[in-house]
Design a protein around this ligand. Structure first.
Ligand SMILES: [Zn+2]
Length: 391
């Protein structure tokens, strides 16, 4: 049975069971359910929690004692009630008891780090220039930044979350990140060894989609396209991040758009999405068009054409994905001056014209409101999810 009392159907579970459910799984599931309810709604009494989760009051009281013992839940006084009788004691996650450390390694030249609250607010941030460091030197820079950020935490650290460019497997091994010169870099294990803290490493676009889900009010089915030095996407289906058979789900940057070739890509193919859409490519195209234009009006038109074509190419790549998954929500993350205008308008128009209107009529495409901190906040969601089971 689910929390709402409905029996589980094929729609909410994987097709073939692979493990039996043990009593400790049930206890962990219920503990997570209580924490998740408190994390999202705050201030609840034990009776509220029992009602909300469908658990018995005895089970809730028992779990709350355990969570208070771990300093994860606190009592915050009593509810003012008009009715006579013993007022209910209000509980919440102990939001000030722990902090999260996050790193964003996706910047082309600068790495960023921050201390965050359990609610995902950035409490302090720092950064280090990569200064062309690659391979082991890049790892040393990451370790140095991590030590700096950890030193700025003012409460015990729940864990460390890291958003890295490239292909990252479930063990936090960066299989391939050309910009950092990493192949099979066991980043998670090495940093865990260095710091003694629980560390989670995830691909930067996958981190971004988690931030949008937890803090951006996104629904359970969501595609986030992150446009920066490269282009990547994070996919959330039924509230689950999709990683793919080889951990490269969402790597749409080197998918060729259409059959008419296009600009040569760094990977050697012609017409990859990245060759149309990455920030360096768009910036250069706009710069060249501006220099070649005879009048400011010509320049404006040329820039609009460049952005429209890039948006159209993105729409062509996304259309089959939107159609196959019946997605209704797409979020763009990247420089708003490039993405938020002619480009996103062309993407929506292309998507609408290439998919079934009846099934994707409500399709929305919007810019993220998470700004530059999206990967840092998403990496924090990884920690919350891994350590507490909440998001
Ligand atoms: Zn390519």
């Amino acid at each position: 049975m689910t929390a709402t009392g409905a029996p589980r159907t094929i729609q909410d579970r994987a097709l073939r069971p692979t493990t039996k459910v043990l009593p400790e799984h049930i206890r962990l599931n219920n503990r997570t359910l209580v924490l998740q309810t408190l994390y999202r709604t705050g201030l609840q009494s034990r009776a509220d929690l029992a009602r909300e989760t469908g658990l018995t009051r005895v089970t809730v009281s028992d779990l709350i004692s355990e969570l208070m013992g771990e300093n994860l839940v606190i009592e915050l006084g009593q509810r003012q009630e008009p009715r006579p009788g013993k007022p209910a004691t209000l509980l919440d996650i102990n939001r000030a008891a722990f902090q999260i450390v996050s790193l964003d390694l996706s910047g082309h030249t600068r790495l960023r780090g921050a201390v965050l609250s359990l609610d995902g607010a950035v409490l302090s941030s720092s950064g280090l220039d990569l200064a062309g460091a690659r391979g082991e030197a890049a790892f040393d820079t990451v370790a140095e930044l991590l030590a700096q950020v950890i030193a700025r935490a003012t409460a015990p650290i729940l864990g460390v979350g890291i958003g890295s460019p490239g292909i990252v497997d479930r063990a936090g091994v960066v299989r391939n990140a050309p910009n950092l010169g990493w192949r099979d870099q066991p980043l998670q294990a090495r940093l865990q060894g260095l710091t003694g803290l629980p560390v989670r490493v995830v691909n930067d676009a996958n981190a971004a989609v988690l931030a949008e889900h937890s803090f951006g009010g996104a629904d359970h089915d969501l595609l986030l396209v992150k446009v920066g030095h490269g282009v990547g996407a994070g996919l959330l289906i039924g509230g689950r991040a999709i990683f793919g058979e080889r951990f490269a789900a969402g790597e749409i940057g080197h998918v060729v758009v259409g059959t008419d070739d296009g600009p040569l890509c760094a990977c050697g193919k012609s017409g990859c999405l990245e060759a149309w859409l990455s920030v360096p490519r768009l910036t250069k195209a706009i710069h060249d068009a501006t220099a070649a234009a005879a009048t400011p009006m010509d320049a404006e038109r040329a820039i609009s054409d460049i952005l429209t074509e890039a948006g159209r190419r993105l729409g062509i790549i996304l259309a089959p994905v939107v159609g196959a998954l019946n997605l209704l929500e797409i979020v763009l993350s990247g420089p708003p001056e490039l993405l938020d205008g002619a480009l996103s308008a062309a993407t929506v128009e292309t998507l609408r014209s290439r998919t079934m209107a009846t099934e994707t009529g409500d399709l929305t495409l919007r810019m993220t409101a998470q700004g530059e901190d999206i990967v840092l906040r998403g990496a924090a969601v990884m920690v919350l999810s891994a350590q507490l089971g909440v998001s």
